[in-house]
Design a protein around this ligand. Sequence first.
Ligand SMILES: NC(=O)c1ccc[n+]([C@@H]2O[C@H](COP(=O)([O-])OP(=O)(O)OC[C@H]3O[C@@H](n4cnc5c(N)ncnc54)[C@H](OP(=O)(O)O)[C@@H]3O)[C@@H](O)[C@H]2O)c1
Length: 253
Amino acid sequence: MGQAITKFKVGDRVFGTAAPKVGAHAEYISLPEDGAIAPIPKDMDDIEAVALHPGAMTALPFIQGAANIQPGQKILVIGASGSIGSSAVQLAKHFGANVTGVCSTANVDMLKSLGADHVIDYKKTDFTNSGEHYDIVFDTVGKSSFSEAKRVLKPQGIYLTTVISRSILLQMLWTSLLGGKKAQIVFAGLRPVEEKKSYLALLLDLVKSGKYKPVVDRSYSFAQIAEAHRYVETGRKKGTVVIDVNRKATSHT
Ligand SMILES: NC(=O)c1ccc[n+]([C@@H]2O[C@H](COP(=O)([O-])OP(=O)(O)OC[C@H]3O[C@@H](n4cnc5c(N)ncnc54)[C@H](OP(=O)(O)O)[C@@H]3O)[C@@H](O)[C@H]2O)c1
C-alpha cells in the first residue's frame, strides 16, 4: 500500500489477475491499484475466490467478447467439465443461451447441476453426429478441429478454441476474409486491462447474486505443488485446482 492508494486498505482480501505477467504462485505479488483486481465477496473463502479467475476470466473474452453471445443462441461447449468449460456453461446460461456440454460419463451429472440444457457424453456419442446445429462451438480443451465443428455450426456460426495451433491461426485468417462460418482463438491474458475489469465486475455481480459459482476440484499446499501439477496434467480435473500457499498440510483436500 502506497500513500496515494484510495481504493483498498491494509487487510482487504482481493482477487484478480496479474496476466500477462506470471508469478501468481506466490504468497505476495505487487499490482497497481487500477489493475484487474477487486474485493473478494465477504461470504466467499479464499480457495473459491482464487478459482474464480482462471475459468471465468478466460471464458468471458471468448463467449461475450469474440462470439458476442445472445439470448436464445445455441452453444456447444467441449471440455465442459474443466476449468474454462464449467465457467462457460454457467456464463452462457446467464447470457440466456441454450447450452450443450460435452464431457465423459463421470461428469454428466455435474454438467446438469451447472445448468446445462443438454449433455453429450463423448464416450457414447460423437458430437458431430448429434444432428443439432449451433451458433457457437466453444472447444475449451483443444480436442476438436474447425473442420469437425463446421459440420454442426449454423451458416454464420463461430468456432472458438482456447488452444493455439498453426491451423487455427490460418483458419482464423481466411475465415475473417470470407462470409460464413468463422474460426477464432482469443488470448485472454492479453486483453486490455479495462476489458478485464469489466469482466471482473460482471463476475462479482453474478457471484453476489448466486448466479455463478466456481467449480473447485481440490486444493493442495504449496509443498504439494508438484503433485498438483501431475494431477492437472492427467487432463481429468473437474473445474479448477488451487494451490493454498498458507496451508501447511501435506496432502490435498
Ligand atoms: N487462449 C487462452 O487465453 C487460454 C487461457 C487459459 C488456458 N488456455 C488453455 O485452455 C485449455 C483448457 O484449460 P482448462 O484448465 O479449462 O482445462 P482442464 O480443466 O484441464 O480440462 C480438463 C477437462 O477436460 C475434459 N476433457 C478431456 N478430454 C476431453 C475430450 N476429448 N472431450 C471433452 N472433454 C474432455 C475432462 O473431462 P473428462 O474427464 O470428462 O474427459 C476434464 O474435466 C488448456 O490447454 C490451456 O492451456 C487458453
